[in-house]
Design a protein around this ligand. Structure first.
Ligand code: CP3
Length: 342
């Protein structure tokens, strides 16, 4: 079996598994060489290239691969149009502007709209049968924020205005996105993904009350719908340290936390190792620190995990483009060396 999958189910492992969010990307010279030839959407939509990029982190010694795709891809078949503008990040050509726009939104057949992602999943599994492959999707709130703001955002003004002023339209939007996300993750698992992670990168912008009322019920439905898949389900969010006990109501195997909370404290608030596995939570900026400082930070995370089964070492958010790949490799080695059962 695999260290990563065993840890998701809180079974003892020979060493603590480690992988990194955004482990395939611009910090790698091999990725940059491909990007010099193709634009991002071409790379994402061409299975041969996406398979190749998914496999790049193997050289780091990680214990799992994450599919090379993007959380925003489902917004294309939803009719919103997506471009990645260098220096500006993602931009939607037709963001949702009115309650009518939301009323018109319809789920789509996954194989038709996102078949190329499923093809990539099959390609990775055929090329690498030994390392588990993690599929993923954006969480409904985080997707909704892009669909409404038209790109990244600082204050989430359109999103929160809709939530406060038009709760029925918000609810309809969340239902459509939950439906699409559930079908998309089911299709990824059918194509061969061995675990799924749901990225709620920006949900920390909400108040706890708003999260409980307008987001949590949709996440509960999403994860319940994934229960039959019998693969580990990981919920990732940032900025949610203020309401971690609420996440206990999610039917998931793993919760991924950011660096704004101590890992042991977060784990206790989530119900402890008896209830759920935990993933995290090194600050991605620690990878830019001097080697000794990085080592100390890695050990701090491991100390808080305390060698208890059910810890998956990761960052609290994605690897930044300025990161030196050698630092990433060191972290993998240190985590394995420090936790190897003797
Ligand atoms: O290695 C991996 O983690 C797998 C691939 C992956 C990408 N995006 C490829 C990508 C994953 C898991 C994502 C998820 C994603 N995409 C999230 C959730 C995770 C997070 O970081 O919060 C979000 C919010 C997005 C949306 C997105 N995609 C943004 C905001 C940007 C531009 C900013 C940035 O970081 O570059 C992207 C582009 C993107 N997606 C790149 C990659 C490798 C950079 C592309 C490039 O210019 O070459």
């Amino acid at each position: 079996m695999s260290r990563f999958l065993d840890a998701c189910y809180r079974r003892p492992t020979d060493a603590t598994p480690v992988w990194f969010m955004r482990q395939a990307g611009r910090y790698q010279p091999e990725y940059r060489a491909l990007r010099a030839k193709y634009d991002l959407l071409t790379m994402l939509r061409t299975p041969e290239i996406a398979v190749q990029v998914t496999l790049l982190p193997k050289a780091l010694g990680v214990d799992a691969l994450i599919l090379f795709a993007d959380i925003l891809l489902p917004l294309v078949p939803l009719g919103l149009g997506l471009r990645f503008v260098p220096g500006k990040g993602p931009l939607l050509e037709r963001s949702l502007r009115t309650v009518d726009d939301i009323a018109r939104l319809q789920p789509f057949p996954i194989e038709e709209g996102l078949g190329f992602v499923l093809e990539t999943v099959r390609g990775v599994r055929a090329a690498e049968p030994d390392l588990p492959l993690i599929g993923f999707a954006g969480a409904p709130f985080t997707l909704a924020s892009y669909a409404l703001e038209g790109g990244g955002s600082r204050h989430y003004q359109r999103t929160k205005t809709l939530m406060y002023a038009h709760p029925d339209a918000w609810d309809r939007l969340m239902r459509v996105l939950t439906e699409v996300t559930a079908a998309y993750l089911q299709a990824q698992v059918q194509a061969g993904a061995q675990a799924v992670q749901v990225f709620d990168s920006w949900v920390g912008a909400l108040s706890p009350a708003m999260y409980r009322r307008a987001v949590l019920p949709h996440l509960q439905r999403l994860f319940s719908r994934l229960a039959d898949l019998r693969v580990p389900r990981i919920y990732f969010s940032t900025g949610t340290a203020g309401w971690l006990p609420d996440l206990r109501s999610l039917d998931v195997e793993v919760i991924s936390v950011d660096w704004r909370v101590d890992l042991d404290r977060a784990w206790a608030q989530l119900g402890g190792p008896e209830r759920v596995a935990i993933q995290g939570n090194l600050d991605p900026l620690a990878l830019l620190a001097p080697r000794d400082v990085l080592r100390e930070q890695v050990h701090e995370v491991l100390r808080r995990a305390g060698g208890r089964p059910g810890h998956i070492f990761n960052l609290g958010h994605g690897i930044l483009p300025d990161t030196d790949p050698d630092q990433v490799r060191r972290v993998v080695d240190w985590v394995h060396e420090a936790t190897l059962a003797v």
